[in-house]
Design a protein around this ligand. Structure first.
Ligand SMILES: Nc1ncnc2c1ncn2[C@@H]1O[C@H](COP(=O)(O)OP(=O)(O)OP(=O)(O)O)[C@@H](O)[C@H]1O
Ligand SMILES: [Mg+2]
Length: 331
C-alpha cells in the first residue's frame, strides 16, 4: 500500500462516498417568480451539492470520518472543491475536461407554499482517461475505507456501469456497499448485489418497469424482489410517509417523527449518511433504521441539503415509530 491519498486519514475507519456528477447547488430567493420577467433577488446561497457530497456532509456532521471522491471540471469544479474544503469535507477530485454543473433553485419566499423552480444543467461527461483515474483513486481509497456509499446519477450513458464495477471491487475486498441511484446505474449495480439499496418509490417503480408504486402491496412486492436478488438490506423510502425496510428475513415499517417541513430535498442523502454512521458504530438493525429516519426528518426541517447537526437528529431517534411486519419466507 502506497502513501494514503489523504494525509492524516484514520486508517480503515473512513466512510467513502462517490459522486460522478456533483454540482454547485445555488438557491436564488425572490419574492414572487415571474415567468418571462426580470426577477431580482436580494439573497443567493451556494453550497457544494451532489448526493455523495451531501452524504459526506452528514457523516462529518454526525461525527465519523468521511472522504468524498468527486468528478469535477472547470471553474465550477474549483468552486465545488473550495466549498467542500470550507465545509471541512475531505475530498479527492478527479478532473474532467468539461465544466461541472450548477443546479439553480428559484425559491419564492412570499408564496404560500414557498414554491421552488429548479434548473438542472447537464453534467460533465467522464472520458475514458478520467475513468481510469477515477478507478485508480477509488481503489487506493478502498485501502482505508470501512464502508462505501455510491450515490447519484451518471453524467453520461457510457458511465452507467461505473457503480456496478465499484460495487464489485469493494465487495471483493469485503467492504459493505450502500447504493442509492436510479435508472441504468441502479439496475446495473443491483446485479452486483450491494449490501444495502435505498430507492425511493419513483426509483423503485423505474427499476420494476411500472408507472408507479400504488399501495402497500406494491411496496412490499418491490422490496421482496430486491431482497430476492440477495441484497441483505433493502430500504424503500416514501418521503413523509417513512420507509419500508427488509433486513434479512425481517420487514420493518418506519414512520418519521413529525417535523416542520422547510425543504425535504436531500432527506434520502441525510438518511443514508446517518445509517452509514450508525452501521460504523456497530448499532443494531433497529437503531440503524431509527437514526436514518431521524436524520431524514431533520433534513426536511432545514433549507440546506444535509445541513443538520447531532443536536437536531438525536432527539428524533426515539420518536421514530418502528414496527415489524410478518412476512412469508423468501422462496
Ligand atoms: N417531509 C418529511 N417529514 C419527515 N420525514 C421526512 C420527510 N421527507 C423525508 N423524510 C424522511 O427521510 C427519508 C428519506 O426521504 P425520501 O423518501 O424523500 O428520500 P429521497 O426521495 O431519496 O430524497 P433525496 O433524493 O432528495 O435525498 C424518509 O424515509 C423519511 O424518514
Ligand atoms: Mg434520493
Amino acid at each position: 500500500m502506497g502513501e494514503p491519498l489523504l494525509k492524516g486519514a484514520a486508517l480503515n475507519k473512513m466512510i467513502l462516498t462517490v459522486t460522478m456528477n456533483p454540482c454547485i447547488d445555488k438557491t436564488v430567493y425572490v419574492t414572487a417568480h415571474q415567468h418571462g420577467g426580470v426577477n431580482r433577488s436580494e439573497r443567493v446561497t451556494r453550497i457544494a451539492g451532489g448526493k455523495g457530497v451531501n452524504v459526506a456532509r452528514t457523516v462529518r456532521a454526525l461525527g465519523e470520518n468521511a472522504v468524498a471522491l468527486v468528478c469535477v471540471g472547470g471553474h465550477a469544479g474549483r468552486s465545488i472543491l473550495d466549498m467542500m474544503a470550507d465545509d471541512g469535507i475531505p475530498t479527492v477530485p478527479v478532473w474532467l475536461k468539461d465544466e461541472s454543473r450548477a443546479v439553480t433553485t428559484i425559491l419564492e419566499a412570499d408564496s404560500d407554499n414557498h414554491a421552488q423552480t429548479s434548473y438542472v444543467e447537464p453534467g460533465a461527461p467522464i472520458s475514458p482517461s478520467a475513468r481510469l483515474t477515477l478507478f485508480a483513486r477509488y481503489e487506493r481509497l478502498l485501502e482505508t475505507s470501512s464502508l462505501v456509499v455510491l450515490t447519484g446519477p451518471a453524467p453520461d450513458p457510457t458511465s452507467t456501469d461505473i457503480y456496478a464495477e465499484m460495487t464489485r471491487l469493494a465487495k471483493w475486498r469485503g467492504i459493505p456497499v450502500f447504493l442509492d441511484s436510479r435508472g441504468d446505474v441502479f439496475r446495473r449495480a443491483v446485479e452486483e448485489v450491494p449490501t444495502l439499496v435505498k430507492p425511493n418509490d419513483a426509483e423503485a417503480a423505474e427499476w420494476l418497469g411500472v408507472e408507479r408504486i400504488e399501495d402497500e402491496s406494491d411496496e412490499r412486492a418491490v422490496v421482496r424482489k430486491l431482497r430476492e436478488r440477495g441484497i441483505e438490506w433493502v430500504v424503500l423510502t416514501l418521503g413523509a410517509r417513512g420507509a419500508l425496510a427488509a433486513v434479512g428475513d425481517v420487514e420493518y415499517r418506519a414512520m418519521p417523527p413529525r417535523a416542520p417541513i422547510v425543504n425535504p430535498i436531500g432527506s434520502g442523502d441525510a438518511m443514508l449518511g446517518a445509517m452509514a454512521v450508525a452501521w460504523t458504530r456497530g448499532e443494531s438493525v433497529e437503531r440503524i433504521i431509527r437514526h436514518g429516519m431521524a436524520a431524514g426528518a431533520a433534513n426536511a426541517s432545514v433549507w440546506d441539503a444535509c445541513g443538520i447537526t447531532p443536536e437536531q437528529v438525536e432527539p428524533l431517534v426515539d420518536q421514530v415509530e418502528l414496527s415489524t411486519l410478518s412476512q412469508p419466507p423468501l422462496g
